[in-house]
Write a protein that binds this ligand. Sequence first.
Ligand code: 26Q
Length: 794
Amino acid sequence: MPLLSTDVLRADVLRHLTFTLGKDTPNASRYDWRMALSYAIRDRIVAPWFASTRRTWAEDRKRVYYLSMEFLIGRILEDATVNLGLRDAAEAVMQAEGQDFRAIIEDEPDAALGNGGLGRLAACFMESMATVGCPAYGYGIRYEHGLFRQRFQGGQQVETPEDWLKQAHPWEFARPESAYTIPFKGEVITRDGREVWQPGETVIASAHDTPVVGWQGKWANTLRLWEAQPTTMFDLERFNRGDYAAAAEPEALARTLSRVLYPDDTTYQGKELRLKQEFFLTSAALQDILRRFKKAHTDLRDLPKHVAIQMNDTHPAIAGPELIRLLTDENGMGFDDALDTARACLGYTNHTLLPEALERWATFTFGTVLPRHMQIVERIDSWHRRTYNPPHYIGVVKHHEVRMGELAFVMAHKVNGVSALHSDLVKQNLFPELHRLHPGRIVNQTNGVTPRRWLKMANRPLAGLITDTIGSGWEDDLDRLKGLEAHVGDKGFREHFDAAKRANKVALAGWIKAECGVTVNPDALFDVQVKRIHEYKRQLLNILETIAHWHAIRENPTGNWVPRVKIFGGKSAPGYAVAKEIIHLINDVAATINADPVTGDLLKVVYPANYNVSMAERLIPASDLSEQISTAGKEASGTGNMKFMMNGAPTIGTLDGANVEILQEVGAENFFLFGMTTEEAMARRQDPDHSRKAIEASQPLQDVLQMIAEGLFSPGQKDRYHGLVHRVWHHDYFLVASDFDTYHAAQGRVDAAYADRDIWVKMAALNTARSGFFSSDRTIRSYMAEIWDIPSAL
Ligand code: 26Q
C-alpha cells in the first residue's frame, strides 16, 4: 500500500473531481481540487471510524461524552492527512496535478466555533481521545457563524461576521434521522400527583457528525454538532388568519438558536438566548446518550457504568437538572436514584476564577425559560443543604440567582482545575466551603495540547529534525523528546535546530510583509504574544515595556542592541471597551515605531489582524520568545504557553497557570521568570497607593506614561489615552505598574541570552526536549484514569 498510495490517492481525487464535483480537470478551480482531495481523504477516515464504533458496541465499552459550547477546530484537511500518514502523498498528488498544495490547504476556512483556550482545548482533547483509543463523542453546537472576523480601521478593532459554511463543508455527515425535540418555557402543572411540564415552545436539534481520526488512524471518534430547526415550518393557524409575520416566528426562533457563537470569553451577561443555547446543546446530547444506552441496556441505574459526561466549564451545567428530569419525568425513576445516577456520570471542569466570568442566572429568567428545571434545582439545593447541613451554606440558589458553578459542583462526582496552581486556587478561593464538605472531589488535570497539529504538522522543519535525531514514535509518546537532551551539547545538532527555526522565521517574515506591509529582519528576536485581549493577560504591560525599550534605543542609537520584532495577535470581545483601547494603543505605537528611522531594524512592532488557529500555526513555530505575562492567580492554565515551549521558544512569564509547571519541567535557567506571586499580588492590592508608588519608583515607566499622555502615539488626538494612563495610575487592579520593573529587567536578560547563539539555541532546544508532559495525550489518559474510569480500547 505505501508503494502505491500516491497513485491510488490520485485516482480517488480525480474520481471525486469528476463524479462528486462534476468538474473536468481543465475547468477545476482551487476550491474544486480542495474538495476532491478532502473527499478522498475523508473516505480513508470512514473505515477506522466504522471499526471503532463497531468495536465499542461489540465490546459494550464505556464512552465519554464531552459537552462543550465551543470547539475551536481550525482547518481539518492537513491535520487529517498527517494523522493518516498521507501528508506527503497528498502533496505529491496535488503537485502532479499542477496545484500548489499550500494554497489548497489554506483555501479551507478556519472553523472557529470557539473563542479561545477553552474551545481549542476541546479540539485538542477530541484528537487525543482518538489517538489514545478512548471511545468518545464530542457534543456541541453547529454555529452558522463562528467567532467574528477582526479588521483594523485606523488601528481600532472592527468586527465582521464569519461565514465558514458559505461553501460546502466536506467533513461532516448530516444525520437528519438523529433529531430530538427541545422544549422551552410554558408551565408545570400537577397531574395525578406528578409534575408535568407543558412547554410553550419547542425546537428540533438535528445532528451533524464529523469523524475525528487519531494518530496513524488507529481509532476515530465522532464530533456531533447540533443544528436548530423549527418544529413546524410555520404556524398554520396564524398564517390562515393572515398574520404572516407572526406565523414565521417558530422558524425564526429556531434559526437564531444555532445562528452565532457568543463572542465573550470572560464577561458573562445574563442573556436569555445564551441560556437557551446552553439547554439546547445539553438536552439534545443527553437525549442522544440515553437513546444509545437503551439500545444495549435496560436499567438506567447502570448508566454510570457505561457513560461519563464531562461538562466543559459551567456552560452545559444544566446537564445535572436535565438528566434528573429525563430520568424521573420521562423514565419514571425516583428523585433520589436519579440524583445519585446523574452525579455518578457527571464531571465538571472549571476554567476560570474571574468573578465576572462565573455564570449566574436570575431565577426569573431561569424559571421562565426552564420552569421544570427551576423546581429541580431548588430540590437539589435543599437536598444538599439537608444532607450536609454546613455552617456557612453557599447555596445553588442565592439572592434570586442560580449559581451555575455551585450547581455543577454539587452535581458532579469530580471537579477539576486545569493546572496545579489553578486547582489549588479552586479549592482555597473559589469553592472553599464546598471543598470542605466534599474533600477529594476537586482534582487537578493539567491541560495539554496535541503534538500532531502543533508540532508535527505546524513545524515541519523541527519535526523532521526530531525524527532524524531520535527516530519516529515521539508523535504519540512525547516524553521521548527527552532523547533530544543528549544532542543539545552537539554543535551540529544545534546548528540544525537553529536552521529549522530560521526557516520558519524567513517564511513568517515574508507573510508579515504581505499582511502588514512591514519589513522585518529574520535574524531579529521574534517576541510573540498571541491570545485573547484581556486586562489580566496584560498586553498593556508588554506594549508599555516596548515603548520603554524604544525610548532606550533612541537615547543611545549606537548601543549594542539586539534587534527585536514584537508580534501581537488576538481579538477583544466586541463590548470590552478597555481591551479595545489596548488594541488601539498597540497599533498606534506600532505605526510610530515602525516609521522611526532612528530605531530602524532594531525594533519593529506588528499586529496582524484576525488571529485564529491557522495564524497560530504560522506564528508559534517562528517564535523565539513566548510572552506569558498574566497577573499571578488569574490565568487558569494557558495552553499557548505549551505550544511555544514545544516549538522551542523559551518563556518570559509569571508564576501563573501552567507556567509554574513549565518552569518546573524546563528548569529556571531556561525560563525568564519575573513578577509577583499570587500571594504577593493579593497583598499588594491591599495598599491603595500601590500603582502610584510603583510608578514613582520607576523612571522608565514614568517616561513611558508621560509619552502616551502627551499624545506622542496619537498626534491627531492628543488626549486619546488620557483615560488609559489615568487607570494605570489610579485603578491598576492587574498590577501592570507593580510588575513593570521586573518585567523590564527580565527582557534585558532575554537580550543578553539571545546575543549568545550557543546559549540561546541550547535553551530553545531544551524547551522542546522537556515539553513531553504537555501532550494532551497525557492529560486524556489522566482524565480516563481519575475521572472517567475508562480503559483504552487500543
Ligand atoms: C460565558 C457565558 C456567556 C457567554 C460566554 C461565556 C464564556 C465563553 C467562553 C465564558 C468563558 C469562555 C472561555 C474561557 C476560556 O477560554 N478559559 C481558558 O481556558 C483555557 C483552557 O483550560 C485555559 O488554558 C485558560 O487559562 C483559560 O483562560
